[in-house]
Design a protein around this ligand. Structure first.
Ligand code: 13P
Length: 341
């Protein structure tokens, strides 16, 4: 069927060689607090101007296949009047939309969440598809520590991800399936590996149960890293080996591609870890779908000032260039510390 072919083609384009996905889909609340921290008033117009600065970066399509937006930005327009999804598509980039409504406490399971947003999702997806969305994102959040993640939380989140993915395919949209095992905590890297493996195992089981075509999805997992407060340091090679090794035991070869989130790692750290993945044998294309690790330097350079748009864009282009180089194992200190601003 041609609709199926289209899904498979879109998924392949999202993980095309040398390209990654820009996650610029922070909720209104999260974006507002990041703007405030950067000294920018958290207004609707500043959120719009910030996203316009990012997505109109000259040459962005060279290293970015798709941009994930939130509902607010998806309905906004560039200063020249073009709606965001139209302007992004005209730049040769696939427009994407975050469709979950956030992680909420899971009843009966203290300290764990389930991501919500399934009610009315069929209608919302149809509306986003009509406005030009080619792919979507849904993020499940899995915590480690004190017996977590529980089987209940893993299963509830995996079930929601699979129902979301099936609805996306019905709408002709490629789902990014994002089960994020958080870095928060004092756990060792081996604990992250086992939690990630158990979580992904549950996700795959539910996807298969819902007969979701795996060559029409992009998986967005965490890298396997030690807890933020563990005091453990590991090399990028260790992260790469643990991450790809963990994925290989649970993720079927058919999945169109793997696009990692950065999860609060420093920008250069996330790039170094990605670079080391190049040395690992994997059956799927591996790439980045970073948020903070791509945009934080751009926000710091821009600071809400019209006369600093080019500085913000240079900072983003630099991070995209470093990460594209990492996809070929060609990320170096020289590249990182090239003067950009
Ligand atoms: P980070 O790379 O900042 O973790 O964001 C990626 C993302 O899309 C989280 O849902």
């Amino acid at each position: 069927m041609s609709e199926v072919n289209e899904l498979v083609r879109t998924a392949a384009a999202m993980v095309a060689p040398g390209k990654g996905i820009l996650a610029a889909d922070e909720s209104i609340g999260t974006m507002s607090s990041r703007l405030e921290k950067a000294g920018v008033a958290p207004t609707e117009e500043n959120r719009r101007a910030y996203r316009e600065m990012l997505v109109t970066t000259p040459g962005l399509a060279v290293g970015v296949s798709g941009v994930i937006l939130c509902d607010e930005t998806f309905g906004q327009s560039f200063s020249d009047g073009r709606p965001f999804p139209v302007g992004i598509a005209e730049a040769g980039i696939l427009p994407g939309i975050k469709v979950d409504t956030g992680a909420k406490p899971l009843a009966g399971t203290p300290g764990e969440t389930v991501t919500e947003g399934l009610d009315g999702l069929r209608e919302r997806l149809a509306r986003y598809a009509a406005l030009g969305a080619r792919f979507a994102k849904w993020r499940a959040v899995i915590a480690i520590g004190d017996g977590r993640p529980s089987y209940r939380a893993r299963r509830a989140n995996a079930h929601a991800l699979a129902r979301y993915a099936a609805l996306c395919h019905e709408a002709g949209i490629v789902p990014i399936v994002e089960p994020e095992v958080l870095m928060d905590g004092t756990h060792q890297v081996s604990h992250c590996a086992s939690a990630t493996s158990m979580t992904l195992g549950e996700v795959v089981a539910e996807l298969l149960d819902f007969e979701v075509r795996l060559d029409g999805i992009v998986l967005k997992p965490n890298m396997v890293v030690p807890g933020k407060d563990s005091g453990q340091t590991v090399t990028p090679e260790h992260v790469a080996r643990s991450t790809v090794g963990t994925l290989r035991t649970v993720i079927p070869d058919l999945v169109a591609g793997i696009a990692f989130l950065s999860g609060g790692q420093g920008a250069a750290q996330a790039t170094a870890n990605l670079n080391a993945m190049h040395g690992q044998e994997a059956p799927w294309p591996l790439t980045f779908s970073f948020g903070r690790a791509l945009v934080d330097p751009a926000l710091a350079a821009w600071r809400g000032r019209a006369d600093r748009v080019a500085d913000g864009q240079r900072a983003l282009a630099h991070r995209v260039g470093c990460n594209s180089a990492a996809l070929e194992g060609k990320y170096t200190d020289e590249l990182e510390y090239e003067r950009v601003v």
